[in-house]
Design a protein around this ligand. Structure first.
Ligand code: ADP
Ligand code: MG
Length: 303
């Protein structure tokens, strides 16, 4: 269903973040207001075996570790699973391969860069048990070789950057990217001429409200219908699948607030969210339809 690639220097806090992220995903799915599918959340780690972190001191030893991590990831990716790859993932070409695996499996992917400064990594490294720690030399060599993820690279995006001291990592945005983003869509990276953030926010409100009015008038005629036809564009040609139960106006208002809140947060936070400044009616409409279907557990792609 989704694939999160962590990338960061040795002892930067990747495993710490992977555990927090899994907690966050599980808490969202356990929330009583959540009605979407329950995905399994799997953390796949580099299996360094008895050699410990010294495998990273020699490329001869490191290669098989990378190969086995990639094949473990490939095995784990499925429609029912959120896979978090907890490894250094510091080689650009390697992250590209991971991204291809995700595309092949038809799952959404994102990259999280744990951006801890080298000096801080070294400090963390010194606090680790000797069996877990990297040697000074390995540490220096890896810091030197590290190829930082970039949001300009197709295979790294969407990219979220998290600082070691960030008290609230962008989990809302990550969740949204993993569950509702339109798959393999080329994101506009520049804001089209003349378009301002205010225009974009108005377009967002208008896309959400218009769909709600279509839906309410449809439900007043056929309250338990499984599907709503929508004008396309801006809405997707497949329309909107509906849950087989009563939908109340207050539920719709709550979902609208939730969706807009998450979108606006991402928007203000900058980074990946800023791309939404270039979104028009169609992008918002598609994201909103997908969001509702995922919340209701009726998205055909997600099963
Ligand atoms: P990695 O998986 O990137 O090698 P870990 O998550 O295992 O890093 O963290 C390495 C060490 O640094 C651990 O001892 C961990 O407790 C410590 N650590 C990680 N993140 C933080 C943080 N934000 N604040 C303090 N200590 C941290
Ligand atoms: Mg780790």
């Amino acid at each position: 269903m989704a694939f999160v690639v962590l990338s960061g220097c040795p002892s930067s806090g990747k495993t710490t973040l992977a555990l927090k992220l899994r907690q966050d995903f599980l808490a969202r799915m356990a929330d009583e207001s959540y009605t979407g599918p329950s995905w399994e959340v799997v953390i796949v780690e580099d299996d360094i075996g008895v050699l410990g972190r010294t495998v990273y001191s020699e490329s001869r030893l490191e290669k098989p570790v990378r190969a086995s991590l990639l094949s473990e990831v490939t095995r784990s990716l499925s429609k029912r699973t959120i896979v978090i790859c907890d490894g250094l993932n510091y080689i650009k070409g390697y992250r590209y391969q991971m991204n291809c695996a995700a595309k092949e499996a038809g799952v959404r992917a994102c990259t999280i860069h744990v951006a801890t400064p080298p000096e801080k990594c070294k400090e963390f490294n010194r606090t680790r048990a000797p069996t877990e720690a990297y040697t000074e030399e390995t540490m220096d060599a890896l810091l030197m070789r590290f190829e930082e993820p970039s949001s300009m690279a197709r295979w790294d995006s969407p990219l979220f950057t998290v600082g070691w001291d960030d008290p609230s990592p962008p989990f809302d945005d990550i969740w949204l990217a993993m569950t509702s983003a339109v798959k393999k869509k080329a994101n506009p990276s520049v804001v089209p001429n003349g378009q301002t953030a205010t225009d974009t926010i108005q377009t967002l409100h208008s896309a959400t409200s218009t769909l709600i009015s279509h839906l309410l008038s449809h439900l007043s005629l056929s309250p338990l219908s499984p599907h709503l036809k929508l004008p396309s564009p801006p809405y997707p040609p497949s329309g909107l699948n509906l849950p087989q139960r009563t939908i109340t106006l207050s539920e719709l208002q709550r979902l609208k607030r939730q969706f807009e809140g998450i979108q606006m947060n991402g928007f203000k936070r900058g980074g990946e969210g800023v791309k939404r400044a270039g979104w028009g009616e169609k992008e918002w409409a598609e994201a909103w339809v997908r969001f509702l279907e995922v919340q209701w557990g009726v998205n055909e792609e997600e099963g």
